[in-house]
Design a protein around this ligand. Structure first.
Ligand SMILES: *Cc1c(COP(=O)(O)O)cnc(C)c1O
Length: 225
């Protein structure tokens, strides 16, 4: 990482390493997904210049507008889709992204499989679990998660690397992260995408291998309607 690294990136990387040391024995590998949604190319560029390569975006259209020019300069970027995906955007998503973190229903799994075969791009995927069973959140219900992972693998031939969740707001996230870790173990999925700016250290304590950090790196975002 060069000397131009933004302070926030240095700070978050230190906190991740400290959390790994504190909780992991031996420490698991924790990948930082820098969530750049709502931020323009100019705000992202210093993070790329500092060596950050894994980024998350939650909207296909916004990512299409920003990432082709950045990729032209940084070809080893790894872009994760972390927002809900409509089936009619699946082709665009498979073209642009490297990892799909939000597979949450059978129809989407099927369409993704078809588009991956068509484009010759077999992308690692995560199954998103609605770990707090909240009506406003996407994700497969926890009770169905293990069977759904199995179905994605056997019926759709998707590569399911792990599970992803967004726990409920305003309550301690630890038990939800622990539940996701249990489900991943039962599903024989090694990767766990959990933890955001406010709770990534707790997520690391519970076994996260990908933390998705936005505002703690890039600053506050305007409220999303
Ligand atoms: C926006 C977002 C994040 C990052 O949230 P911060 O609190 O800004 O770190 C992580 N995961 C998902 C799915 C998001 O939509």
């Amino acid at each position: 990482m060069d000397t131009a690294a933004p302070d926030s990136l240095i700070n978050i990387r230190h906190r991740i390493t400290a959390a790994q040391r504190r909780f992991g024995a031996p420490p698991q590998v924790v990948e930082l997904v820098a969530v750049s949604k709502t931020f323009p190319v100019e705000a992202i560029e210093p993070f790329l210049a500092a060596g950050q390569r894994v980024f998350g975006e939650n909207r296909v259209q916004e990512a299409q507008a920003k990432w082709p020019e950045l990729r032209a300069r940084y070809s080893d970027v790894e872009l994760h889709l972390i927002g809900p995906l409509q089936t009619n955007k699946a082709r665009d998503a498979v073209e642009l992204f490297d990892v799909i973190q939000t597979v949450d229903r059978d129809k989407l799994a099927g369409v993704l499989a078809v588009e991956m075969a068509r484009l010759g791009r077999r992308l690692p995927c995560f199954v998103q679990v609605n770990i707090g069973m909240e009506t406003q959140k996407a994700g497969i219900p926890p009770a169905e998660a293990v069977a759904f992972v199995e179905r994605c693998r056997t019926v759709h031939q998707l590569e399911i690397a792990g599970l992803m969740c967004i726990p409920p707001d305003g309550v301690p996230p630890g038990p939800y992260f622990a539940h996701l870790a249990e489900l991943a173990k039962a599903a024989n999925a090694s990767q766990l995408s959990m933890g955001m700016s406010g709770d990534f250290e707790t997520a690391i304590a519970m076994g996260a291998t990908y933390v998705r950090v936005g505002s703690a790196l890039f600053g506050g975002r305007p409220a999303i309607p």
